[in-house]
Design a protein around this ligand. Structure first.
Ligand code: ADP
Ligand code: MG
Length: 557
């Protein structure tokens, strides 16, 4: 039997493809600018091996021209252009990438700045345009051609006139409909914003004629409109610059430009890694907690760039939850992106980068703790709670990473101390790391349970945050010292010899009477060896302290 071909409504298919690949319409500009940049790159690589060709940087640029009257948006480049055959192959066949082929051919020449690879980016133009016209003159030829299409039901190619080599892509922007707005893609301010967002670090200038107003000559209060060509993109990303060339102010400006926060960054971390995975990153530890930090709306993550082109606003996989307050960006050439470039295909490189970043943040916090105690305390006041949650969450699997970063208020030092500081001060006969929980430092100080421990001259950590005791219970022991609540039954402290012999039996009647009066509120009444100035105290029998039991009881079950 003869095999029949599937009939596909190709226009619908193209629409479906485009609309399922891309989540945001505005990225068409990112795609077309990336193609233009690739086209210039190709001349650049040609010049590397061709002695007759000199690459003058000034001659190469991308120009964006909106025309509201004609509803067109033109993206021009002075790049390598396309021959008739290339127009046919590269734009006529979906998923055919001339750039990927170029990269493969020129592997040895290090073509890694070239962005294209999937052969679909170009078609994103149809998300905003009814008609796409491409006028291209290939480098080294006299003949230009015009390619034109209204979508997948076909295209035409005819010879055309064009003075200089390069490519003009002319989009006939769609009319607004009730649901969809397209006018914005003809507005200078909007185009500028899109360019800044996605293409700020394209290495060739992206120019646009920007309107302004100036006083009219020969008049006093009259103004006239004028156009001035401006370069919109900053081109050299700060993260590719040498650390030594950058000042604290540069980083701070970047932090604000990127709107990472309204505060000042407390610290920045600039990473240029070229080990197992190559990437650049600039990370910030903010000074203050973002106002929505403890709400569901807060989304952790770093900006992710592939070769200077923004791929993702907030890549959550790059940060562990407990460092979710860190802001910043990562740029890598080593990512395998999926076709929309908005998702990552394999996460091996990403996992490597994430692990690396985690260690850098940890290292930075550790050195801050060591050398800039005041700064660290500032940080800890904002985000310490997050670290304690980090210890407790995920069954304690991150405790090794975090335990040295924790601090608690010390009964002796009257300030925050680390576990390491506590343990290093422990007298030889002290078996446990003692802690007391309560609502506030003042209230803990008044707890009768602290008396015996304090009397022995032992330091007590005051836990005032709900999560504190859970964190310590998760750590279990630090440097082989177990944690012990001052309210637990056995404190591991030998009573002094001359302490009154407590005779349970002689007080039996009294204890029974007391228990009777208290009803079921206490489990037993016993003589205590730990009290000095208080007549009575509560103590816990099991593993849980009284405070912890309170919290657990308050939790919805
Ligand atoms: P990709 O960029 O992933 O290769 P596209 O669909 O964006 O896929 O583009 C398809 C191909 O068309 C490119 O690989 C390139 O060969 C060619 N092309 C697109 N735009 C231009 C341009 N402005 N100048 C020269 N060639 C271009
Ligand atoms: Mg492309």
């Amino acid at each position: 039997m003869a095999k029949k071909q599937f009939q596909a409504e190709s226009k619908r298919l193209l629409e479906m493809m485009i609309n399922s690949i891309y989540t945001q319409r505005e990225i068409f500009l990112r795609e077309l600018i990336s193609n233009a940049s690739d086209a210039i790159d190709k001349i650049y690589y040609k010049a590397l091996t061709d002695d007759n060709l000199v690459f003058n940087r000034e001659d190469y640029y991308i120009k964006i021209t909106p025309d509201k009257e004609n509803r067109t948006l033109t993206i021009s480049d002075t790049g390598i252009g396309m021959t008739e055959e290339e127009l046919e192959n590269n734009l006529g066949i979906i998923a055919k990438s001339g750039s990927l082929a170029f990269k493969k051919e020129n592997e040895a020449k290090d073509g890694h700045n070239i962005i294209g690879q999937f052969g679909v980016g170009f078609y994103s133009a149809f998300m905003v345009a009814d008609v796409v016209t491409v006028i291209s003159k290939p480098f080294g030829s006299d003949q230009a051609f015009k390619w034109e299409s209204e979508g997948a039901d076909g295209y035409t190619i005819v010879p055309f006139d064009k003075a200089t080599p390069g490519t003009d892509i002319i989009l006939k922007i769609k009319e607004n409909t009730e649901e969809d707005q397209y006018d914005e893609f003809l507005e200078e301010y909007r185009l500028r914003a899109i360019i800044k967002k996605y293409s700020d670090f394209i290495r060739y200038p992206i120019k646009m004629d920007v309107s302004g107003q100036r006083p009219k000559e020969g008049t006093e209060n009259e103004f006239e409109e004028y156009k001035e060509e401006q370069t919109i993109n900053s081109m050299v990303p700060i993260w590719r610059k040498n650390k030594n060339e950058l000042t604290a102010e540069d980083y701070e400006n970047f932090y604000h430009e990127k709107r990472y926060g309204f505060d000042k960054p407390l610290k920045h971390i600039h990473i240029s890694a070229d080990g197992a995975v190559v990437y650049n990153a600039i990370l910030f530890i903010p000074e203050n907690i973002p106002f929505d930090y403890y709400t569901k709306e807060y989304e952790k993550g770093l900006e992710l760039y592939s070769n200077g082109v923004l791929i993702m606003d907030k890549c959550g996989d790059l940060l562990p939850d407990y460092f979710g307050f860190v802001k910043g960006m990562v740029d890598s050439e080593d990512l395998s992106l999926n076709i929309s470039r908005e998702l990552l295909q394999h996460d091996r490189q990403l996992t490597l980068i994430a692990r690396n970043i985690k260690n850098k943040i940890k290292g930075q916090l550790q050195s801050m703790l060591k050398d800039e105690r005041e700064q660290y305390e500032k940080f800890y006041n904002s985000f310490g709670r997050q670290l304690k949650f980090g210890v407790y969450n995920d069954y304690g699997m991150h405790k090794e990473d975090l335990q040295d970063l924790l601090m608690f208020y010390s009964s002796k030092e009257k300030k925050l101390v680390t576990l390491d500081e506590y343990v290093s001060r422990m007298p030889e006969d002290q078996k446990y790391i003692y802690y007391a929980s309560g609502e506030s430092i003042e209230r803990i100080e008044k707890l009768p349970q602290t008396e015996l421990v304090a009397d022995k001259g032992y330091e007590i950590l005051y836990l005032t945050d709900d999560i504190d005791e859970f964190a310590l219970k998760t750590i279990l022991n630090y440097k082989e010292k177990e944690f012990k609540s001052v309210s637990s039954g056995d404190l591991g402290i030998e009573p002094d010899e001359k302490d009154q012999e407590t005779d349970e039996s002689s007080n039996k009647e009294l204890f029974e009477a007391m228990q009777g009066i208290l009803g079921g509120k206490v489990k037993s009444v016993k003589a205590s060896k730990r009290l000095k100035s208080h007549p009575v105290c509560l103590s816990a029998e099991g593993d849980l302290s009284i405070e912890m039991e309170k919290i657990l009881k308050a939790m919805p079950s």
